[in-house]
Design a protein around this ligand. Structure first.
Ligand SMILES: *Cc1c(COP(=O)(O)O)cnc(C)c1O
Length: 396
């Protein structure tokens, strides 16, 4: 379980009421120009480590509140906002790669990150190679003299394999490569990337940090060694985000711990019951002992969030049965994203992977357990599952 120290940080870090007329929350600051008082102050501002820092594109009090809170919570050196989670993923990679470099990417990576690697990194002359998420320290044989980065996502947000982060990071560092990890699923509360050898941690803040499905935002945190490179790259490419979205993310973060406890408990209850249901072929949830990489989850993670996968038993009516299942659901919405207060269900047509076998026969769904009454969610699922199974009779 996460530490109680985190609970206090979540409430007290990243705000300074005395600077804002006593307001508990740092308000959304709207700014472009930031004025100085005198020529001497201007000269002093320009002499900072970042001579262009005195401009709102590089952040305001709103930005710094969020970045400071996130960095402190995750045990990072510092944090940088990006306009979306995907921008955080892509810019983190770009900051550490040059033409001719080789990158190893986990095969269970978020689809759009994979598309970026295949379409943009490849065109830039970066060699992209995928590896099986369960490969562990054997990955050493894939490293080349040009391997500059190892990109992890654990668990993968479609198929939920957990990787051996410390073992992989140790190999990467022995070869002088940076270790980047998408930590969106666990959030800074349930996985501490910098304690396990990660150099650069990436968040789709859109998900649990914002937590209410009302903003798109990304963030990257790094250790001290990686910071200047990440920050210089983000600034060179003009990366920033608007005050309202950042404000919403800071607001969301304050309640992350209590929300996650409930997401975790409900998801685990649903996952365990689904695993025992005759219509289910497999449940892909890192906290279940049957799930790929469960031992790594148990060793390294402090909790589990509310997102997991379910493979249904194949039925003769196939696509028609799946359609009936989804249309029968009343509490689970059908839609992209996750991490908000509401429950979601999504068909995953084919998990996008190129080197990892897929051992299941039936259709894969992704569920997000929201904050509704857990028993009501279970009733909604069992009702839809019985309709799914009834189509067996239909098809015969
Ligand atoms: C959603 C998601 C992203 C992208 O976030 P956006 O804010 O939608 O761009 C990146 N990584 C993971 C694991 C995600 O689930």
């Amino acid at each position: 379980m996460k530490t109680s120290h985190d609970d206090t940080l979540l409430i007290h870090s990243g705000r300074a009421p005395a600077h804002f007329g006593g307001m508990v929350n740092t308000p959304p600051c709207r700014a472009s120009t930031l004025l100085v008082d005198s020529y001497a102050d201007w000269k002093a501002a320009r002499a900072n480590a970042n001579p262009y820092g005195h401009y709102a594109r590089f952040g305001t009090a709103t930005t710094r509140s969020f970045e400071a809170l996130l960095a402190e919570l995750e045990g990072a050196y510092d944090a940088q906002v990006f306009p979306s989670g995907l921008a955080a993923c892509t810019h983190a990679m770009l900051a550490f790669l040059s033409p001719g470099d080789h990158i190893l990417i986990t095969d269970n990576v978020y689809g759009p990150t994979r598309a970026f690697a295949d379409q943009v990194l490849s065109k830039m002359g970066v060699q992209v190679e995928y590896f099986c998420p369960l490969e562990g320290a054997n990955i050493a044989k894939r490293f080349r003299s040009t391997t500059r980065a190892l990109y992890l996502e654990s668990p993968g947000s479609q198929t939920f394999e957990v990787v051996d982060v410390p073992a992989l990071a140790q190999v990467a560092h022995a070869f002088g490569a940076w270790v980047l990890m998408d930590n969106t699923w666990a959030t800074p509360l349930y996985f501490k990337p910098f304690q396990h050898g990660v150099d650069v941690s990436i968040h789709a803040a859109t998900k649990y940090l914002v937590g209410h499905s009302d903003a798109i935002l990304g963030a990257v945190t790094t250790n001290q060694r990686a910071w200047s490179r990440l920050q210089a790259h983000a600034q060179a490419l003009g990366q920033t985000a608007g005050p309202d979205d950042i404000y919403m993310a800071t607001r969301g973060l304050r309640t992350l711990s209590v929300r996650l406890q409930r997401h975790q408990a409900t998801a685990l209850m649903l996952a365990e019951r689904l695993q025992a249901h005759s219509a289910v072929e497999a449940v892909l949830h890192p906290a279940l002992s049957s799930s790929s990489g469960h031992a790594f989850w148990k060793r390294d993670f402090l909790g589990a969030s509310g997102l997991f996968g379910v493979v249904l038993q194949p039925v003769p009516a196939g696509a028609q049965a799946l359609e009936k299942f989804f249309d029968q659901l009343t509490l689970f919405g059908i839609g992209l994203s996750w991490g908000g207060y509401e429950s979601l269900a999504l068909p995953i047509d084919t998990p996008s992977r190129s080197v990892t076998p897929w051992p299941y026969q039936g259709p894969l769904l992704r569920l997000h357990a929201g904050l509704e009454d857990p028993e009501a969610l279970w009733a909604d699922l069992t009702n839809a599952l019985s309709v799914y199974c009834d189509t067996k009779a239909l098809a015969l």
